[in-house]
Each structure stands twice: as C-alpha cells, then as structure tokens.
Design a protein around this ligand. Structure first.
Ligand code: UD1
Ligand code: CA
Length: 452
C-alpha cells in the first residue's frame, strides 16, 4: 500500500480573529481547529507534517503531539512555498494530501475518495460549487476536464463568473508534486508561489486531473473570523445531534444541545434543552438529563435522573440515583446506587453509599458514607482546618440531624444518630446518639425591643 503523507498548512496569522492566539488554535467544540484537522489526517496518513509560522511556539506547545513532524515556514511566500517546506521529509512514491489547518469539518470519506483518485491518476483535486465564489480560486475546465486554477486576483471577467472553486485540499503523487513545485514562479498578482499552479503544470505534463466535488460547503469552509467560527460550531453541533438521534438518543431540541467531547449512551436516554456535555461522558439505559445541566468526564448508570441546573464533573453516578435540581457534583464523587443528592448540595471527593440521601443544602467533602444514611438539611463536613484536609466517615444507616457540622477527622458509627444543630468533634460509636447543644433557656422578663 502506498504511504500517505498529510501536509497541513497552518502558517497564517488569521488577523481577522482579533486574537492573541494563532488562528489554528481557536477552538470548535472545545478542540483546536488544527486538532480537528489532525484527527482526520491521522486516520489515513502514516505521517503528518504541519507547516507552521505565526505563533509557532504557541502552536507546538498547545498541540504537543509527538507523531507530528513540525515544519517551519519562516516567511509566508504562498501556499506553494508552504508545501515546498514539507517535501524534503516525504518519499517520492507516496501520496501527499494537502489540508488546511483552518478547515476543521473536512470528512474522512471525502479524503479517502481523494486519495484513492490520486493513487489512480496522480493528481486529485477537491472542489465545491458556491453561489458566491468571490475570493476563491476558480476551476477552469475544458470539455469537463480540469485545466487550471485561476486565483480571484488573477482572473478575467469571464473567469470570475465560474462558481466551481478550489477548496485548497488536494492529493498528489509526491514525486510529481516535487517536480511541479520546483517549477513554480511568483509571476502573479500577489507575487506568491501558488500551489494552485501545479494543476496547469500537470495538465501540460499530459495528466488528467481527477476531480472530487463536495456538495457540502461546510466541510470545506475555512474559518477567518469569529462569525465563521460560530457558524461552523453550530454546523458541527447540529451534525453531531443528528447522529446521536439516529442512534436512538432523544434530544428535546437538537438546536439547544452541545457536546464538546464524546458522548456514549444506552437505550431510551433523553436529554432536555440547554445541556452541555464536555470531555468523555457515558450514560447507561433509560437515563434522563433535565434542562440546563453541564456534565463533564462522568459515567452515569441506568435509570438515573439528573434534575435541572446540575453541574457534574469527573464523577461516577450509580444506577437509579437522582441528582439535583441545583446540585454540584465535583471531581472524585462516587454516588451509589439509588442514592439521592438534592438541591443546593455540593459533593467533592466522596463516596455516597447505596440508597443514602443528602437532600438539601449540604456540603459533603472528603467523606466516605455507607449505605442508607440520611443527612438532614444544612449538614456540613468541615474537612479543612485552614492548612490540611481531613476525612469524615459515616457508616451504614447513620442519621445526621439538620444543621450539623462534622469536624473532620471524625467517624460516625453504624446506625448512630446525631441530634440537629450539633457540632461534632469526637467520634460517635455504633447506635449511639451524639448531641452537642446548649440547653434552651427562657427569659421570663424579656421584652422585644420597640422602635424609638
Ligand atoms: C487559497 C487558494 C485558493 C482557494 C482558497 C480556499 C492558493 C494560491 N489559493 O487561497 O485557490 O480557493 O485557498 O480557501 O493556494 N498558508 C501558509 N503559508 C503561506 C500561505 C498560506 O501556511 O505562505 C496557509 C494559510 O494559513 C491558510 C492556507 O494556507 O491556512 C490558505 O492560505 P490563504 O492565504 O488563505 O489562501 P487563499 O488566498 O485564501
Ligand atoms: Ca483563505
């Protein structure tokens, strides 16, 4: 099998982004534009070369992928010049696939098609037909065969009428590409070395240019400013939502759903509006997520209800659990089977046992909680002494009265009870009642103050 080398052009500054970040580091669905292109390239290329220039260190440090061969283009003298920089690293009997670092939605099937055509014909070009072709290189055909690409600034009035344009993406036999690149000159309106000129050279050389035309303008759309970035973000989200629904996920409104990472799900799951999924999230069967939830890097079991306005990160939620509304589940929380975490409850680095309930206004941190525990409203595990974090252990069946502070390190034994309003500083053994309250007093002659 022929080796395939990806060459990703990423040297441009992207002035219209008005950003300190190089354009290819802008993100779409939480992943850099260059990252999207790399993912596609790495699926079919044995080696990927990234031509970088502006903000080079920033690009290299951010992407930091050791399978990439980084090629610096010190001066940006045109797309042909950019590709020239990569060629010394590429063997003649391979295929070179040229991609743009700012065209993030390119599809694998299209690239496969292009590479297959290049293997058969030597040169394959990806074009698209646009209602408004302004700015793009026009595809010049004769008897249907591609003859040349003429850039907007070099085109005559008749050529400017052509709506089939160059996407910039092409696959070419590497040996041929080297020969053509050596023949480029900058004799054009922009004084640049145009990669596009290799097409006419190949035609002169007797080659037939294989043509792949995409009917999806988004897959070849470049990002030049934040308006276009937002447009492609929506397109990406819409495509992803459609795919999820086809696989059986119910989305109440696909236009109000964002997945910035990966989501896997079982049968009969339902996601309501304004839910954001980040990182890697897994849902079991028959699980529902109510409106306005943010869920990141979390595994959620079967028959779970995530109620409105809950924020969950780096957690595990067991089968049958109920979370929220207004719950905050922080990293390393492990919520057991059929457990209930209610409103305004924060859980961090804690295990909540099977069937336990923390229903209202609590903070549970650095805690190991057994099964069937009941935590009253407003309970706080005081895990931090100002310098160090300490553990709280609450054993099976314990009952913690409302408005209790458990001063860690502390252990509440099995089936122990803590009276409401207590500040517990010492361990309470199994079945005991722990209580720390001052006696209630009644002042006989007390009078409510009156306004003067
Ligand atoms: C290029 C094509 C044009 C095509 C259009 C599609 C040429 C001469 N023209 O035009 O036919 O319709 O793309 O968007 O190829 N880059 C470098 N180094 C350089 C110059 C460019 O890395 O020296 C990179 C840019 O960062 C960008 C890509 O190459 O990602 C395209 O460059 P750009 O200047 O946008 O090309 P266009 O003039 O738009
Ligand atoms: Ca461009």
């Amino acid at each position: 099998m022929t080796q395939i080398h990806g060459i990703i052009l990423a040297a441009g500054k992207g002035t219209r982004m008005n950003s300190s970040k190089p354009k290819v580091l802008q993100t779409l669905a939480d992943k850099t534009l260059l990252g999207h292109v790399l993912t596609q390239a790495q699926q079919l290329c044995s080696k990927v070369h990234v031509v970088y220039g502006f903000g080079g260190d920033q690009v290299r440090n951010t992407i930091n992928d050791d399978v990439i061969n980084w090629v610096e283009q010190v001066q940006q003298l045109g797309t042909g010049h950019a590709v020239q920089q990569a060629m010394p690293h590429i063997n003649d009997d391979s295929i070179s696939l040229v991609l743009y670092g700012d065209v993030p939605l390119i599809k694998q099937a299209t690239l496969n098609d292009l590479v297959t055509q290049a293997q058969q014909n030597g040169v394959a070009l990806l074009s698209v037909i646009l209602d408004n072709p302004t700015g793009y290189g026009r595809i010049i055909r004769h008897n249907d065969q591609i003859q040349a690409i003429i850039e907007q600034k070099d085109a005559n009035a008749e050529q400017l009428e052509i709506c089939e344009v160059n996407t910039g993406i092409m696959a070419v036999n590497s040996g041929l590409l080297k020969i053509y690149l050596n023949g480029l000159d900058s004799n054009n309106a922009q004084g640049e070395l145009y990669l596009t000129d290799i097409i006419a050279m190949a035609v002169n050389d007797g080659k037939t240019i294989a043509s792949v035309i995409t009917d999806n303008e988004f897959e070849v759309a470049g990002v030049n400013d934040k308006v276009q970035l937002a447009e492609l973000e929506r397109t990406y989200q819409q495509n992803q939502a459609t795919q999820f629904m086809q696989q059986g996920l119910m989305l109440k409104d696909p236009a109000r759903f964002d997945c910035r990472g990966s989501l896997s799900f079982g049968q009969d799951c339902e996601i309501d509006v304004n839910v954001v999924i980040e990182g890697e999230v897994t849902l079991g069967d028959n699980t529902s997520i109510a409106p306005n939830c943010i869920i990141k890097n979390t595994t959620i079991g079967n028959n779970v209800a995530i109620l409105p306005n809950s924020v969950i990160e780096d957690a595990i939620i067991g089968d049958g659990a109920s979370i929220g509304p207004f719950a905050r589940i922080r990293p390393e929380a492990n919520i057991g089977e059929n457990a209930k975490i209610g409103n305004f409850v924060e859980v961090k680095k804690s295990t909540i046992g099977k069937g336990s309930k923390v229903s209202h206004l609590s903070y549970v941190g650095d805690t190991t909680m057994g099964a069937e525990v009941n935590i009253g409203a407003g309970v706080i595990t005081c895990n931090y002494d100002g310098a160090n974090k300490h553990q709280t252990t609450i054993e099976d069946g314990a009952f913690i009265g409302s408005d209790t502070q458990l001063i860690a390190p502390v252990t509440i034994g099995k089936n122990a009870t803590i009276g409401a309003g207590s500040t517990i500083t010492k361990d309470v053994a199994e079945d005991q009642l722990g209580l720390s309250r001052s006696k209630q007093t009644v002042l006989k002659n007390w009078q409510r103050p009156v306004k003067k």
